[in-house]
Each structure stands twice: as C-alpha cells, then as structure tokens.
Design a protein around this ligand. Structure first.
Ligand code: AMP
Length: 351
C-alpha cells in the first residue's frame, strides 16, 4: 500500500469549513483513488442508536441523534457498505432514519418498536473535555431487544459490536458466523455490571477497542501495556486503547504503535469520538484487502480513525460526519503521517 502523501511543514490556518486547525501546505490527494477498492466488503454493526443530551463548556443540546452504532456507521460508510442493527422507539422520526441511511447504509435491521422509547443518554463534560459524567442512561427498547439479523447482516465479512449490553453483543456474534474480522467496544458500565459476559464475548473477537482506563479496570493491571498483554491471552489479537486528547495506541503480539490526537484549537463536543474512531479504524481494515491486514494496514487504520474522530469533536453530535468529504479526511491523515515520521540520526552519545 502506498504511504499517505507526505506534506511539508504544516501551517496553522483557518479553513472555511473546519475553523482553526493544522492545514497542510500542499493540496490534498484525491480519496485513495487506485489505492484500495471501495465497497469491497460489507460491515455489520450492532450497538446503541440513541437520543443524546449533552452539556459541554461550549454549549448544550437537549436531544440530538447519537448512539455508538450511529457514529460508527457514519464513519465506516465512507469506506464500505454498512448494515445497521438495533431497535429504536416510535419517538424515532423519519428525519433521524434519513441520517442513518447516509452513504447508503442499510437500515433494514433497524427495528422500530411500537410503543417503545429509543435509547437515551445524557452526559456532562468537565472543563478539560476529556472526562465526563453520565447523568442518565435509559435503555428503552434495548431492554427487551432480541437481535434477529437478516441474511444480509448475518453474511457480512466484517462485524463491529459497538457499545451495548455484552449479552446482546454475544447474540449477534453467534449469528454472524461468516465474519472474518470482528471488533468490539464496551465501557465501564458493562465492566461493572456484566463483567463475565463481557469477557466471554471478548474471547470471540479479533480486536478489542476500549478506553485506556477501562482496559486497566477490566484486567486489574496497572499499565496499559500489561493490561493489553493480558487481554491478548483471552482471544483477541489486536488491542486498541483510546486515550482521548492523547490519541490512541495499538498493541498486538508484535506491534506497539501510538498516534496523537489531531491538534485542534477548539473541541466543541467529544461525544461519539470513540465510535467515530472505531468506524474509521474498522472501515479502513475492511476496505484494505477485504479484511486481510498486516501491521501497516493497522497503522493506517489508526490514522483514518484518528482523522475522522477529529472532525466529530469539532461539532455537536453527528453534525460534522454529515458534512465532511473524502478530501477532508485524506488531508488530516496526511498530516498525521507527517507528525510521526522522522529519519533516525544516530547520536555519538558519551558514556
Ligand atoms: P463515545 O463518546 O464514543 O464514548 O460514545 C458516546 C455515545 O455512546 C453516545 O451517543 C451515547 O448514546 C452512547 N452511549 C452512552 N452510554 C451508553 C451505554 N451504556 N450503552 C450503549 N451506548 C451508550
């Protein structure tokens, strides 16, 4: 695979759409034309499809479309065809359904439950924007949800088990027998109340994507590295630690690779950053060689996840993911590549 386009020293500037950020000094490359094929495989995602109420130091929203599967799908659908699986209540309107269908996502398995309420989450961010309090979680239609996937969703080559009850993740995992690459996300709530089920489903996936702190909570290990090594013994061969404003780290048996978060002057709303990252990461793996991956594919996947997440946090909710273009994403991936690279100069150190 070709490396992303190298850019010269970036300049801090103002782009009309995305405000102050780091802009490369050369024009962006067209969207990976000729590098990987588009819509090579299909990705199925199950997870929350929600209404979110969010308070940040920069503003608030009382009810906007959110949910882990929603953010994932909006990001992953930039790479491949996505099947969305999950229930919504009859408070979920046609307008929200239209957003779920972005970039042709298949919503046949988005079940509208008559008389039910959609999943609802309310959160308040602290001043540092990296930590938040969950003020309310209402499972609504997820409480009695029994996933019955259509043939199209069951036959996907790539499966993402987004954050939801681990028991539901397991039921979906069992139905997708043909999936060649399966990734999973979760959160502290499920580590607290459904740890055994969570460990069982982790044992059935290839890749675990979790917050740094949650990896340590799950394993009781003191460092990210020891926590990841422990989980590599449970079944997954790839661990990705999400580290908020500090970026993300990839750990496999052979690899340790870290990327910083994309530098931004203003973060408006971090909600969905992790799920957007997962959509970019898994979406890239799916599109590159149809799910077969090597170390360099994983590193590129980290960059696409990071670039996509950087757009999400610049707007409230899903607003940014509905506006960005392939060129926007390529531009930030190229910047990320240039931030990390250096040619080794061996020093004549004094003993
Ligand atoms: P993130 O900011 O990437 O961690 O994801 C935020 C999204 O996760 C929000 O849109 C919420 O609707 C959703 N969410 C929050 N808590 C839960 C939960 N317990 N189970 C499933 N989804 C959740």
């Amino acid at each position: 695979m070709m490396p992303p386009r190298a850019v010269g020293p970036g300049v801090l500037g103002i782009s009309s759409t995305w405000g102050v950020g780091l802009m490369p000094s050369a024009p962006p490359l067209a969207c990976r034309a000729g590098v990987v094929s588009c819509a090579a495989v299909t990705i199925t995602v199950v997870g929350s499809i929600a209404f979110d109420a969010v308070e940040t130091p920069y503003g608030s929203r009382e009810r906007m479309l959110g949910g882990a599967a929603t953010f994932f799908s909006l990001a992953a659908s930039m790479f491949d065809a996505v099947n969305l699986v999950g229930p919504v209540g009859d408070d979920f309107g046609e307008e929200e359904m239209a957003v779920l269908r972005t970039r042709g996502a298949n919503v046949d398995d988005v079940e509208r439950v008559a008389g039910g309420r959609s999943f609802f989450w309310k959160g308040r961010y602290h001043d540092n924007m990296d930590t938040r309090d969950t003020l309310d979680t209402q499972l609504g239609v997820f409480e009695h949800f029994v996933p019955k996937l259509s043939a199209a969703s069951r036959e996907a080559e790539v499966l993402f088990l987004a954050n939801i009850q681990p028991g539901l993740q397991l039921q979906v995992r069992e139905q997708c027998e043909r999936a060649e690459f399966v990734a999973l996300d979760s959160m502290n709530l499920w580590i607290d109340i459904a740890r055994d089920e969570l460990i069982e489903v982790i044992g059935r996936v290839d890749c675990l994507i979790l917050n740094d702190e949650e990896l340590r909570q799950l394993t009781g290990k003191p460092t990210l590295y020891t926590a990841a090594r422990e989980i590599l013994g449970w079944g997954p061969s790839i661990i990705v630690a999400k580290q908020g404003a500090h970026g993300a780290t990839l750990i496999t048996a052979e690899t340790y690779f870290s990327l910083p978060a994309y530098p931004l002057e203003l973060v408006l709303d971090p909600t969905g950053a992790g799920d957007t990252f997962a959509g970019g990461f898994v979406g890239f793996i799916a599109s590159a060689a149809g799910g077969a991956f090597d170390d360099n594919v994983l590193r590129n996947a980290m960059a696409y996840g990071t670039a996509l997440a950087s757009y999400t946090v610049q707007r409230f909710g899903t607003e940014a993911l509905l506006q960005i273009t392939p060129e926007d994403v390529e531009e930030r991936v190229a910047d990320l590549w240039s931030f990390g690279r250096f040619d080794r100069i061996e020093s004549a150190l004094r003993a």
